[in-house]
Design a protein around this ligand. Structure first.
Ligand code: AHG
Ligand code: MN
Ligand code: MN
Ligand code: MN
Length: 323
């Protein structure tokens, strides 16, 4: 089976980027090990602190963030980091050539129930002029990413990654400690009959998504003329992994609860990297108004509405926004 290194070389990734990815994944392997130890390692449960997102941090949020930060900061490849769990950007090496953004632990409410969690990341070039503590270089659209991916800490530890030459899936071979290519060039089926949305928020949705989901639920008796199934992992990594594997549409739409927060998911740490993976696998990733990867961020913790997945299903959903 092909190793990660050879696939990255085949995809034309420069050596320094390959080394950076390997460094980042060394951190993820450590998280994978800690996660697998669960209660035995005392890593489960909450802390007493709140992050900049207004969420109570789980111990694993803090531990994972620290592992990735320590691993990347000393590598020499990274000029600065932005993280869901850090209020400000974290300055690294002045001569580092890359910027890394990450959600160190996605789906952290699943830690207590031994269910799916993961790490989501993206990498962009660091401009020469940039000072390591300057957040403005992170405020570029997702189209500027040079690589993005996630590591899913499931029954097996899997990596989904793209450097812009297709989305590939790898599985961590724990016997030798490396990621091996298990599916090259993932293609998401263009049609689907599976959707993912937290329907407990229904009363807060706007009209287009209200009508779209009502029509999905109406099934074969409604305008969509087929029955749909629903899934919700409560971890975006789990839901997006399912969409990459067998198609579907994943939605975290605009929410009228707080007009200042346009959706729950974070552009830099969640929406953009997943959009890159989905687009590279032939799917679509939209805010409802435009392509996620073209959103110009105004601050590092910006949130966006997200609609991602099978091409034709996302197109059908977007028709409700046009109407
Ligand atoms: P995080 O654990 O990094 O804060 O992200 C949680 C996100 C995302 O992974 C998931 O899709 C969504 O929150 C779940 O939200 P609900 O609480 O509405 O289920
Ligand atoms: Mn969180
Ligand atoms: Mn998350
Ligand atoms: Mn998180």
């Amino acid at each position: 089976m092909k190793r990660l290194n050879s696939q990255l070389q085949q995809d034309g990734a420069p050596l320094e980027l390959i080394l950076l990815i390997r460094t980042l994944l060394a951190g993820c392997k450590e998280i994978s090990f800690r996660v697998s130890q669960g209660a035995l390692a005392g890593v489960l449960g909450s802390t007493l602190s709140e992050n900049v997102q207004g969420e109570t941090q789980k111990k694993l949020d803090v531990i994972s963030n620290q592992i990735l930060k320590d691993t990347l900061r000393d590598s020499g490849y990274v000029k600065a980091i932005s993280s869901e769990e850090e209020e400000d950007v974290v300055p690294c090496s002045a001569d580092g050539n890359y910027l890394v953004s990450f959600d160190p632990l996605d789906g952290s409410s699943n830690t207590e129930i031994n269910s799916l969690i993961g790490t989501i990341f993206s990498i962009a070039h660091a401009p020469q002029w940039m000072k390591p503590d300057d957040p403005s270089a992170f405020l570029q659209p997702g189209t500027q990413m040079v690589a993005a991916g996630y590591v899913l800490y499931g029954p097996s530890t899997m990596l989904a990654m793209t450097t812009g030459r297709g989305t590939h899936l790898y599985t961590l071979d724990k016997t030798h400690g490396g990621f091996l290519l298990t599916q090259a060039n993932v293609k998401i089926p263009e049609q689907t009959s599976e959707f993912a949305i937290n329907t407990s928020n229904q009363r807060h949705w706007e009209a287009p998504i209200q009508q779209y989901v009502a029509d999905l639920i109406a099934g074969a008796d409604g305008p969509r003329k087929k029955d749909y199934n629903m899934r919700w992992v409560a971890a975006m990594v789990g839901d997006i992994h399912r969409v990459l594997c067998r198609g579907g549409i994943f939605m975290y739409p605009f929410d009228k609860r707080n007009p200042k927060i346009p959706g729950k998911l974070r552009l830099l740490y969640e929406a953009n990297p997943m959009a890159f993976l989905i687009e590279q696998a032939g799917g679509l990733a939209s805010t409802g108004e435009g392509r996620i990867m073209e959103v110009m961020p105004s601050e590092i913790h910006q949130r966006v509405p997200t609609l991602l997945g099978s091409k034709e299903e996302v197109e059908s959903c977007l028709e409700y926004y046009v109407k």
